[in-house]
Design a protein around this ligand. Structure first.
Ligand SMILES: [Zn+2]
Length: 414
């Protein structure tokens, strides 16, 4: 069905010049049109313009009058662990009582706790929780989501997590990209044998994931107490042999060279960066590796926030994501991420919007057709409640300002 949105108070087109991302100072000036129309056909944006220039040729289309409302590209959440076995609210209470995230991990909690439960679940079981969470995040404006494995840590469990994510891709309107994160933690049985587990990931899991076509990217938890920069480069080189690019966890817990390893291995993005200083920023400068910040993790764990202003000052294309997962960020709200970006990272509302649309799409290398609303882009967009300024979105941090969500020109969750 052809769609015509009319009288849009402000249409955020983001990228009318065909850039692959918005770097540095450009993040504050995503493109927009006031008093605009948008015409979409066959799932894509075909035309945009001012109402005064609206041609008669679109009169056949289904018309939506957006009087007073903003239209934004659908949000792109480029880093989540959306498929997991169950809530870990018990550990949440442990943390309130004073245990750190690392101490909970050392007790056999954390990722290993999730992995124990995954082992007992079928793909159908995993899918049930996943589809509920996918519906939840679509209602909050997310139209594309990246989903990692990593709560399996055995061959069969890792495959099952990715199979559930691929099933979501087939059965739900939300657009899904999948990432193999076998190197998420070192399982108990390999506690004294990290290399043995890394060999299992590289020599058994990775070939099986590739053979079944289950992943678009490969991730490694490169951080203090987990995997080293050398492990990371080794694994990403193996992944490249299967045509799988890297997107890695780096610098959440310490400055152990994660960012530098990601850049050296040509990773599409390095994500977290709560522990990020001059050396890391120098490593990123001038490269296409996207620094992706996850401010809800700092909010939830009480750790430092990433240095968004320094990254933007270094002319980098900063992205933002939720890291939705049962341990360190049990929430998938991009609107809340944008609020934290503004209040804690001191990003402008426009910078936050660029970070969850075009730059997030670039972190997935899908920004030629996702993350903007210019002709040729997917008709993935949301219609807000009536509002006066983009700043009202992050300002009303607990309000729901999303009225309608469309993916490929089709309304979801009606
Ligand atoms: Zn993560």
């Amino acid at each position: 069905m052809d769609l015509l949105l009319t009288s849009i108070r402000r249409l955020y087109t983001i990228n009318e010049t065909g850039k692959e991302c918005l770097r540095g100072a450009d993040m504050a000036t995503p493109s927009f049109l006031d008093d605009a129309f948008l015409y979409a056909s066959e799932g894509k944006v075909v035309a945009i313009g001012y109402m005064q220039d609206l041609p008669d040729t679109y009169s056949h289309a289904h018309r939506i009058d957006c009087d007073g409302r903003f239209v934004l590209p659908g949000f792109i959440d480029s880093h989540t662990h959306l498929v997991y076995p169950r809530s870990r609210h018990e550990e949440f209470v442990d943390r309130i009582r004073g245990l750190s995230y690392e101490e909970i991990g050392q007790k056999g909690g954390g990722i290993l706790n999730s992995a124990k439960h995954t082992a007992a679940m079928s793909v159908d079981d995993l899918y049930t929780g996943l589809v509920d969470r996918a519906n939840e995040i679509m209602a909050m404006g997310t139209t594309t989501v990246e989903i990692k494995s990593g709560y399996g840590l055995t061959l069969e469990s890792e495959l099952n997590l990715l199979r559930a994510a691929r099933r979501l891709q087939q059965e739900s309107p939300i657009r899904v990209k999948t990432t193999f994160l076998g190197a998420h933690a070192i399982p108990q049985a390999y506690k004294q044998n990290r290399q043995g587990y890394l060999d299992l990931v590289c020599d058994k899991m990775l070939p099986a994931v590739a053979a079944e076509g289950l992943a678009d990217y490969v991730d490694v938890f490169c951080d203090r107490g987990y995997f080293t920069p050398e492990d990371t480069i080794y694994l990403l080189q193996k992944a490249a042999e299967y045509g799988l690019p890297g997107k890695i966890h780096a610098n959440e817990l310490g400055r152990t060279g994660g960012v530098q390893a990601g850049v050296a291995a040509g990773a599409f993005s390095v994500d977290h960066l709560e522990e990020c200083g001059e050396e890391e920023i120098e490593a990123l400068r001038g490269t296409d590796t996207v620094p992706c910040l996850l401010p809800t993790v700092a909010f939830f764990l009480g750790i430092p926030y990433g240095p968004a202003r320094d990254l933007i000052a270094a002319d980098l294309p900063v992205a933002l994501a939720t890291d939705y997962n049962p341990g360190s960020s049990p929430g998938g709200s991009i609107p809340f991420v944008m609020s934290l970006a503004c209040t804690q990272l001191k990003m402008l509302p426009e910078e936050a919007l660029s970070a969850v649309t075009l730059n997030a799409a670039f972190a997935l290398r899908e920004s030629s057709w996702l993350g903007a609303l210019a002709p040729g882009y997917a008709a993935d967009f949301l219609i807000t409640t009536p509002m006066e300024s983009l700043a009202q979105l992050p300002y009303y941090y607990a309000s729901n300002y999303i009225e309608r969500v469309f993916i490929g020109g089709v309304e979801v969750l009606q």
